[in-house]
Design a protein around this ligand. Structure first.
Ligand SMILES: *Cc1c(COP(=O)(O)O)cnc(C)c1O
Length: 380
């Protein structure tokens, strides 16, 4: 089976893990976690980074520090992995789901901007925090959010879990990477993400006080000093040193991974020319990483049929997530927009995108897709 996304462990993972074991520092105390944080912050272009046990934990802490909590409202992308919304719910805040835009599949931030301006004029409730997800490796359109921050003081938390290494090419954020634009950026090192620690996450921020507050909350809000004194309800959310050892080795190979994903995307773009599928989103104003190369199938296509048919040909494909508004815990949430996210869900299909995907595996995938299209009786 050609896997959808599997890790590549071809760097110093073994060496750093052995160093870690020999040092005896296995917990989050010790030099490796701090080193991973320093090098990660540098890689993303943020001043500070705080390592967490998961991407979801990173989001939870960042959202809480950005002001999410009971009685607050957080605007969230409708089309995303459910962890984006769960982290908001952990804080006790309410959710406003915002529909996608078709160009990038990310939140339609212009729609959100117009709605907030309209609500503010009428004295209606506006979001207290915006959680913007950069889905599948493509940066979101940020100008409207920067304007909302400027005009209404609404902080931005970036869920960059899927988009480490992606950047903007134009506008006020030109040259900047995802995770460095908001008050906080959040990343995941789950097994299928662009770099992995087995499980883990990171919070990035340019603000030293915010970084200190995040570190404090992820370590049970324990005050410095010898006694067990805590000034808030914190969490046991720190990354351990074994994971950081793997993370350091993975990070050293990040530019290689990103280059591999972009090369895979360029080849898919070519291989799929002439087929009744739209290539993965790409724009002139951003440099995506194509974490999962995802296409839109023809209107008539049945996504489940394609997943099954490709699986029968030894290719692991996956539909994109159902939008949050159809997920049981979020069915009743307030919503903004139309049916763009539904549309992407109905037709979206992620193809094998491991950085280690070989040319022949990619050719096999394209051949399998052609055969599945012909099985489905779709026109070429
Ligand atoms: C993977 C992912 C997360 C959660 O990260 P974990 O490390 O699995 O907790 C959050 N948001 C998005 C968009 C993700 O893809």
């Amino acid at each position: 089976m050609i896997p959808l996304a599997e890790p590549v462990l071809d760097g110093n993972e073994r060496e750093y893990l052995l160093e870690c074991l020999e040092s005896g520092y296995l917990s989050s105390v010790g030099p490796l976690v701090e080193r991973f944080e320093r090098e990660f912050a540098r890689a993303v272009g943020s001043a500070h980074a705080v390592a967490c046990g998961s991407g979801t934990a990173a989001l939870h802490v960042a959202l809480r520090l950005a002001g999410a909590g009971p009685g607050k409202l957080v605007a969230v992308s409708d089309l995303t992995f459910i962890a984006s919304a769960n982290a908001v719910t952990y804080t006790g805040a309410d959710i406003l789901l915002v529909d996608s835009e078709s160009a990038t599949w990310n939140m339609n931030t212009q729609l959100l901007y117009e709605e907030v301006v309209r609500r503010a004029k009428r004295g209606e409730r506006i979001p207290d925090v915006i959680e913007i997800v950069h889905v599948l490796g493509h940066p979101a359109q940020m100008e409207p959010l920067l304007a909302l921050r400027e005009e209404f003081g609404i902080p931005i938390v970036e869920d960059a879990a899927e988009s480490l290494g992606a950047s903007w090419l134009e506008g006020p954020l030109a040259g900047r990477q995802v995770g460095s634009a908001g008050e906080f950026g959040c990343f995941s090192f789950n097994g299928n993400k662009i770099i992995t620690t087995g499980g883990g996450g990171m919070i990035t921020t340019d603000d030293a006080d915010r970084a200190a507050a995040a570190r404090h909350l992820t370590t049970q809000a324990k005050l410095p000093g010898p006694g067990y004194r805590h000034d808030a309800v914190g969490y046991n959310y720190r990354l351990n040193s074994l994971a950081a050892a793997v993370g350091l080795a993975q990070l050293e190979r990040l530019s290689n991974r990103v280059a591999a994903k972009r090369a895979i995307a360029a080849r898919y773009d070519k291989l799929l020319t002439g087929l009744p599928v739209s290539p993965a989103p790409s724009t002139t104003w951003a440099r995506p990483t194509y974490w999962l190369y995802s296409v839109l199938l023809d209107e008539q296509a049945d996504g489940d049929h394609f997943v099954e048919s490709l699986s029968g040909r030894e290719v692991q494909a996956r539909r994109v997530w159902p939008p949050l508004h159809v997920q049981a815990p979020y069915v009743g949430c307030a919503r903004l927009g139309g049916d763009v996210a539904d549309h992407i869900y109905r037709r979206g299909l992620s193809l094998p995108s491991s950085a280690g995907l070989s040319l022949s595996q990619q050719q096999l995938t394209a051949d399998a897709l052609v055969a599945s299209i012909s099985d489905a009786g779709l026109k070429r």
